[in-house]
Write a protein that binds this ligand. Structure first.
Ligand SMILES: [Zn+2]
Length: 301
């Protein structure tokens, strides 16, 4: 685990899996943009913060996923820091029962076991019509980019560095992603296109990279997700149930499903792609002898 400077007071921690940006208020105090994954990253982050004698005074989270908010409560208990997050994501993280709404494929006990580290108390709720947030007297610009998660945000530091969270993925992630994550794909694609209007000097992508210009990365992300949707569409032959499509996709995409959690995740993603295809008017849903069946109207160009 190491830290790198991006520009001015904006730095990031490279955990090996994720770039976690932070803004230096002074030599000692920092504001972290996301806090990483508890299981795999807490120890390394703790060591790096201690080695540099940093005190976490604030946290602003891009979205409530386990690898982005996993150390919120841990750092809050340790440093007493202020946490800011978009209101909806803050509510998701406010209790195990609320998390259950989001991870509805798992029992409440499983949600507690797998996602318990996400539960945290948020001090500042960022509403969907707010484009700025002040944390520890430092103002950050907020760009609302829903889709990857329901209320994902991008955060611009006072140095004009944009932290894009998971609103874009890097080329290295695209290479390995069989069904890249999007909670609401239609919204996610809109949000990706919204990023064309950003005028920042540097852009940090959580998984993983720092870019001077993201125009081509946006093009390639949009095409990548659209191509995956097209491939999902290609697996639909005649009239199929969700389970039939799941089986076909797992075979065609060569996805290894080793446990029920991976099954639940892939099933959730597949739903998102099917909803996108349905909204595009390329597939239709009909009831056939009491079963919900999906069939092609025509495939997108
Ligand atoms: Zn995410």
């Amino acid at each position: 685990m190491k830290m790198e400077k991006v520009k001015g007071n904006t730095f990031y921690i490279d955990t090996g899996m994720t770039y976690i940006p932070f803004y230096k208020i002074n030599d000692r105090e920092i504001i972290m943009l996301d806090t990483g994954w508890a299981e795999g990253e807490r120890k390394g982050i703790d060591e790096l913060l201690e080695k540099n004698n940093f005190k976490v005074s604030g946290i602003i989270c891009s979205h409530a996923h386990v690898d982005h908010v996993g150390n919120n409560t841990h750092l809050k208990e340790k440093y007493g820091c202020t946490i800011a997050m978009s209101a909806y994501e803050a509510l998701i993280c406010s209790s195990a029962v609320n998390l259950k709404l989001y991870y509805n494929g798992q029992t409440l006990s499983e949600v507690k076991e797998h996602f318990g580290n996400m539960i945290c108390k948020t001090d500042i709720l960022i509403l969907s019509d707010e484009d700025r947030v002040k944390v520890c007297d430092i103002e950050f610009e907020i760009i609302h980019t829903p889709g990857h998660s329901p209320a994902h945000i991008c955060i611009v530091t006072p140095d004009g560095v944009a932290y894009l969270g998971d609103s874009l993925i890097s080329y290295e992630v695209m290479e390995g992603a069989k069904m890249p994550y999007a909670y609401i794909l239609t919204e996610d694609l809109k949000s990706k296109k919204k990023l064309y209007d950003l005028r920042c000097s540097k852009y940090i992508v959580a998984h993983r990279g720092v870019f001077d210009d993201i125009t081509k990365l946006i093009d390639d992300n949009v095409n990548f997700y659209r191509n995956r949707a097209q491939k999902v569409c290609d697996t639909i032959k005649g009239s199929m149930t969700m389970e039939d499509i799941m089986k076909a996709v797992v075979e065609d995409f060569k996805i290894h499903i080793g446990n029920k959690y991976k099954y639940t995740l892939i099933e959730r993603m597949l739903k998102s792609y099917l909803e996108y295809l349905n909204e595009k008017g390329v597939i239709e849903l009909n009831i056939d002898s009491g079963f919900l069946k999906y069939s092609k109207v025509h495939c997108p160009d």
